[in-house]
Design a protein around this ligand. Structure first.
Ligand SMILES: [Zn+2]
Length: 76
C-alpha cells in the first residue's frame, strides 16, 4: 500500500514539474511598446564568422548588441 501511495505522489510531482515547464515555454513574449523603439542606423559584425547586420530600430531603454554565433556582435 505504501508503494502505491509513493508511486502516486511521485507521479503527481513529475506531472506538476513537467506541466509547469511546458506552461512556461508556451507564454508568448509581450509585443514591444512602439514608444520604446527608436529609429537608428547601426552596423554590426560577427567576430566569429564575419556576418554583418544593420539595425534600423532599437529599444530606447535597452541598448544591447545583437548576437550571432552565440557571441555579441561588434559595432562596425
Ligand atoms: Zn556569426
Amino acid at each position: 500500500m505504501l508503494r502505491v501511495l509513493l508511486g502516486i505522489a511521485f507521479g503527481w510531482v513529475i506531472w506538476k514539474v513537467l506541466s509547469g515547464i511546458i506552461r512556461m515555454l508556451a507564454v508568448e513574449p509581450e509585443a514591444p511598446d512602439p514608444d520604446d523603439v527608436v529609429p537608428t542606423e547601426e552596423h554590426f559584425r560577427c567576430i566569429v564568422c564575419g556576418s554583418e547586420a544593420t539595425v534600423t530600430l532599437r529599444s530606447a531603454t535597452e541598448a544591447v548588441a545583437p548576437r550571432h554565433c552565440r557571441e555579441e556582435m561588434q559595432q562596425a
